[in-house]
Write a protein that binds this ligand. Structure first.
Ligand code: PMP
Length: 410
């Protein structure tokens, strides 16, 4: 079966022009991190060549210029998420740091003994462990929305867990292990009816679909730049202004204060209150370039392209004997997670690598979800805008070789 090629972006990505082990690189590990277009690499290097200075402090021109670029990056993130105001955007190291920031700063004030945090059974460890740490400290507990055989959650199960003690609901917008798109808007509405706040983990969503935090009506939204064609070490937290403005600082230091004396310090307004120390300025510049790149291609076009690839890959995978997909939800972003009879996912990953096909194998930092399916892990092919039907063909042919090697398949 042929699949229409909607996008052709491979030439924008320098790394894809370089063979790995002498072969054309078939990069299907985009859920872990995406490759970077030349526009991002060049923006970061141009920043160091022409604009580098510390921000917010200097009176000199370069410092002002660097500050402008940094704040332009904030505006770019605001537009990406359609936040109402740029003060609602806090730069972080990534999704993990964003969730920890909320758990520390908001959580320690808002969650107390006997309170409850509701999480779905498909959360990444980074949307589980910070809440566990909080619960241990304050005497709260976690409730888990069960995952169905198709890798979804049922709204009635979710609704049954919401109650007067629910303070927060934590939801992956898109599951990194299965690709399931969760009904975040409806879940947020129900959480708010119960008086709870909502944090959405957008790590696997922002590069694959249009996100609008005002339409979702969530209270917190976090993502990582490196999964959005941007640099590592930079990400953002969106927090509703009415909540953020009353949140105490998490990390203390330079740039987050108003005044300091040895008796007492007062803190800066948001978002600076949450950006202690010299931030990742070059990272913000790179992230800004990545957002421009993605907006230039168009998130709707990317979503359609990846959807077509996923459908094509799913069809081809299911045609192979002994291949079972984990997570068959109706609403999925570009991730195919599967197990192959008689071959451990790690062995599969290693054999595919010798064929130049990069996938991820393992528990995908979602051990509770793997336990739910009774498997140690899966092989995961995750798509990005630059993947092509040739990449799918290479995956399928490498899988056939692996099955031959193991004497399985046909
Ligand atoms: N949540 C999800 C759904 C993820 O896929 C990831 C990255 N695999 C994270 C959180 C953590 O992101 P980071 O490591 O960039 O902080």
């Amino acid at each position: 079966a042929s699949v229409p090629v909607l996008l052709d972006l491979r030439n924008d990505f320098p790394i894809l022009q370089h063979p790995v082990k002498g072969r054309r690189l078939v990069y299907l590990d985009n859920g872990a991190t995406t490759q970077k277009p030349a526009a991002v690499i060049e923006a970061e290097s141009r920043y160091y060549e022409r604009s580098n200075a510390n921000i917010h402090r200097g009176v000199h021109w370069l410092s002002q210029h660097s500050t402008d670029l940094y704040e332009q990056g904030r505006e770019s993130v605001r537009r990406l998420l359609n936040a109402a105001r740029s003060e609602e955007i806090v730069f972080t190291r990534g999704t993990t740091e964003g969730i920890n920031l909320v758990a520390h700063s908001w959580g320690r004030g808002a969650v107390g003994p006997g309170d409850e945090i509701v999480l779905t059974g498909m959360e990444h460890h980074s949307n589980i462990v910070p809440w566990q740490m909080l619960c241990e400290q304050v005497g709260a507990s976690i409730k888990v929305v069960p995952v169905t055989d198709s890798g979804e959650i049922r709204l009635e199960d979710y609704r049954a867990l919401l109650g007067p003690r629910t303070r927060l609901v934590g939801i992956a917008h898109v599951s990194n292990a299965l690709g399931t798109i969760n009904p975040v808007q409806e879940m947020t509405r129900l959480a708010h009816e119960a008086g709870a706040k909502v944090l959405v983990d957008g790590a696997q969503a922002v590069a694959h679909k249009v996100v609008d935090v005002q339409a979702l009506d969530c209270d917190f939204y976090v993502f990582s730049g490196h999964k959005l064609y941007g640099p590592t070490g930079i990400g953002a937290l969106y927090a509703r202004y009415g909540i953020l403005k009353d949140m105490p600082p998490w990390q203390g230091g330079g740039d987050m204060i108003h005044t300091v004396s040895f008796e007492r310090s007062t803190y800066a307004d948001v978002p600076q209150r949450f950006e202690a120390g010299t931030p990742n300025i070059a990272g913000v510049v790179g992230l800004d370039a990545a957002i421009r790149y993605v907006r230039g291609v168009g998130l709707d076009a990317i979503a359609a392209h990846e959807h077509a690839l996923l459908e094509h890959a799913t069809e081809q995978l299911l045609a192979l004997p002994g291949v079972r997909l984990i997570g068959t939800a109706g609403q999925k972003a570009g991730i195919a997670s599967f197990v192959v009879d008689g071959i451990h996912p790690h062995d599969l990953g290693t054999i595919l690598d010798t064929e130049g096909v990069a996938i991820r194998a393992g528990h995908h930092c979602a051990m509770p979800l793997m336990a739910r399916f009774g498997i140690p892990g899966t092989a995961r092919a995750s798509f990005a805008a630059y993947n092509t039907p040739d990449d799918v063909a290479a995956l399928i042919s490498a899988l056939r070789k692996a099955q031959k090697l193991f004497g399985t398949g046909s």
